[in-house]
Design a protein around this ligand. Sequence first.
Ligand SMILES: Nc1ncnc2c1ncn2[C@@H]1O[C@H](COP(=O)(O)OP(=O)(O)OP(=O)(O)O)[C@@H](O)[C@H]1O
Length: 245
Amino acid sequence: MEGTDSVVHAKGVVRVYGEGDTAVRALHGVDVEIESGQLTAVMGPSGSGKSTLMHILAGLDRPTSGSVTIDGIEITTLGDDALTKLRRQHIGFIFQFFNLLPMLSARDNILLPLTIAGEKADPEFFDTLVERVGLADRLAHRPAELSGGQQQRVAIARALVSRPTVVFADEPTGNLDSRTSGEILDLMRSSVETYGQTTVMVTHDAKAAAMADRVLYLADGEIVKETGRSSQHEILQIIDTLDLQ
Ligand SMILES: Nc1ncnc2c1ncn2[C@@H]1O[C@H](COP(=O)(O)OP(=O)(O)OP(=O)(O)O)[C@@H](O)[C@H]1O
């Protein structure tokens, strides 16, 4: 059925940091599938393994054991060069602190993933994208000349410009005020609706998770619950009941 195939599969993912007495088992055998065309939110208390899981699903880190496939490609056994190439082709990133290059204009920041890959943007798609994210009159500005919300819009356009298989967003609204957060979440939701952009978002914010089609709850390195689209109130209740503060 359209919109319900999974594009990322993780099976038995274990991640241990360090060795011996000081080893930290951050993930305990996580099984998860990320559905195509959906916004999936990952929630859980601090230290529950959200960032670790996201980094492994995105090919930024390798599991200690277990399997991860992106678009059918097993990434855990790829060499570094092949993994970098796969990330360029298949993954877009949005971070809490925007991670823009300060010396580049908004336009060049947005185009960076394509520039690095030696590709050119489809001009029509680029124009529609900057229009949608509301940056058409800010393209010549550098990040320091933009507000936090505008910088995150640049980061969203940068993540979307190569039309990646999956966008991973790590606390995308964690550094923004509530009004700007709402605008950024609307934008992410609309990229799912308009482009069918598969997106995975790590968040502490129940309001953000309420925008998702599916919510995964992580505790002590395990997925302890999964729900479909839920209201902010329902999400807060689950967090309270499972003691996931
Ligand atoms: N590089 C590392 N070395 C050792 N331990 C680590 C490392 N990175 C994370 N950990 C540990 O792994 C566990 C999971 O961390 P992770 O950052 O994935 O949690 P999180 O849910 O994203 O937390 P937060 O919401 O605070 O960002 C924690 O106990 C953390 O201390």
